[in-house]
Write a protein that binds this ligand. Structure first.
Ligand code: HEM
Length: 396
């Protein structure tokens, strides 16, 4: 569908009241409605969406998945056996943008290594659970094929975080550029498939999911949120570290198909955008509550050295009691007190700002290491990635 005809469909939907909740989505720009084609809420990934619609329509997805499976490292040649137009797209998209700064990317990789335990914790428990209170994301994830098997889906999503945080992520021996390109294809397939799901259509406030705006919202729940938390927790970071961390995310969302002009240039811009378009969107949904329970249930199965009550309270601590209440996370007031006082002291000690280990140090240490291991035990083999293009939706 061309951008223009998509917009017509959507405007018609609004006019007929079919996308009634669209008005609940905050305007992107503070100046109000952006002109057609310049509003991230109304921008998708036209060329790739067309390609994937054709591949899905002609039943070529299994063959494409087979061809893509051994394609893993950034320096790997494109696999053979891909449809010509897909190969053409990947040939030009599977590279860093001209504005990528190798020095900043290397610094970001080093920063990720230095702060890895906090990052895994914040991405895993903070951003991961936040995604369940971003209604559009929760509904898309729940009603897509992957929603039926959260363990598998979580493993695939971890691949993205793992590859992004790897020391060589953007280098030829790294894997992130390929992983991001595969993810971009998965998103394009979802844009074609979800509108065919009557379950999704019954709950969605949009007709085509995963706009550039939605991807930016998710970026704010990941990068912008994590950056803010690190500042709040007084984790030492230099200005160059902060800039490098932003740069790595700018490149990542470019690779996911977000137009360069929509990508925030500074943390101040990202924070302002996040306050405008992410914060007011957060709310509970039936789908999100179930996904959160699945995710926390999975996490609790691993020996984290803490009780489920502690896990619930940690989530409340990193995301607020409002979110904890929306998700019905059972209270454990003793654990809450321990987290509130013990966690800041734990960070201060780890960062060399406290001379003696505080009470609860080993509990926090075991917890944080166990969460990190979840990321580091890469579920797949090193020569394949588990990210595959879906062929259908969640059955019902
Ligand atoms: C798939 C990452 C934004 C919905 C994936 C996958 C990854 C990923 C790694 C492949 C793993 C899998 O197949 O489960 C990201 C990142 C984003 C982002 C890093 C932004 C920075 C979004 C948004 C939505 C979304 C905004 C919806 C509003 C989905 C869905 C799937 C998917 C429905 C397919 C699940 C399936 O059925 O297999 N994403 N995503 N994603 N993503 Fe995203």
């Amino acid at each position: 569908m061309s951008n223009l005809s998509r917009r017509n469909v959507l405007s018609l939907g609004v006019a007929l009241g079919l996308v009634s909740a669209a008005s609940a989505i905050p305007a992107w720009a503070s100046t109000g409605g952006a002109a057609a084609g310049t509003d991230p809420w109304w921008t998708w990934d036209d060329e790739v969406d067309r390609l994937m619609a054709d591949i899905l329509g002609t039943g070529q997805v299994p063959a494409v998945n087979t061809a893509l499976r051994p394609w893993v490292n950034n320096s790997d040649p494109l696999p053979t056996g891909l449809p010509a137009d897909l190969a053409g797209h990947l040939r030009q998209a599977n590279r860093l943008p001209s504005w990528a700064d190798a020095t900043k990317l290397r610094r970001a990789a080093d920063f990720n290594r230095r702060k890895d335990t906090y990052l895994f914790m914040l991405y895993g428990l903070g951003s991961g659970i936040m995604s369940t209170v971003i209604p559009r994301e929760a509904k898309s994830v729940y009603w897509s094929a992957g929603g039926a098997d959260m363990q598998d889906r979580a493993a695939k999503t971890f691949t993205f975080g793992y590859d992004l945080s790897d020391l060589n992520a953007f280098e030829p021996s790294g894997q992130f550029v390929v992983t991001a390109n595969k993810t971009r294809l998965v998103h394009a397939a979802v844009r074609h498939l979800l509108p065919q799901s009557s379950h999704w259509r019954a709950v969605a406030d949009e007709q085509i999911p995963i706009s550039n705006g939605d991807i930016l919202v998710t970026f704010h729940s990941l990068g912008t949120y994590v950056h803010r938390k690190l500042l709040e927790w007084r984790v030492p970071m230099s200005a160059a570290d902060e800039e490098a961390f932003l740069h790595q995310w700018q490149v990542a969302i470019h690779l996911l198909g977000v137009r360069d002009e929509f990508i925030p240039k500074t943390w101040a811009e990202a924070d302002a955008q996040s306050t405008r378009v992410l914060t007011p969107l957060l709310s509970p949904t039936t789908e999100g509550k179930e996904l959160a329970e699945d995710l926390l249930g999975l996490t609790a199965q691993i020996d984290l050295g803490v009780t489920r009550g502690f896990l619930n309270e940690f989530v409340r601590y990193v995301l607020s009691d409002a979110v904890g209440d929306w998700l019905g996370l059972r209270r454990d007031y003793a654990a809450a007190a321990l987290v509130r006082t013990g966690w800041p002291a734990y960070i201060a000690f780890r960062e060399g700002l406290l001379p003696v280990a505080p009470a609860g140090f080993y509990l926090f240490d075991q917890f944080i290491r166990a969460i990190a291991m979840l990321f580091l035990n890469k579920v797949s083999s090193p020569t394949t990635t588990p990210i595959t293009i879906p062929t259908g939706n969640r059955p019902g």
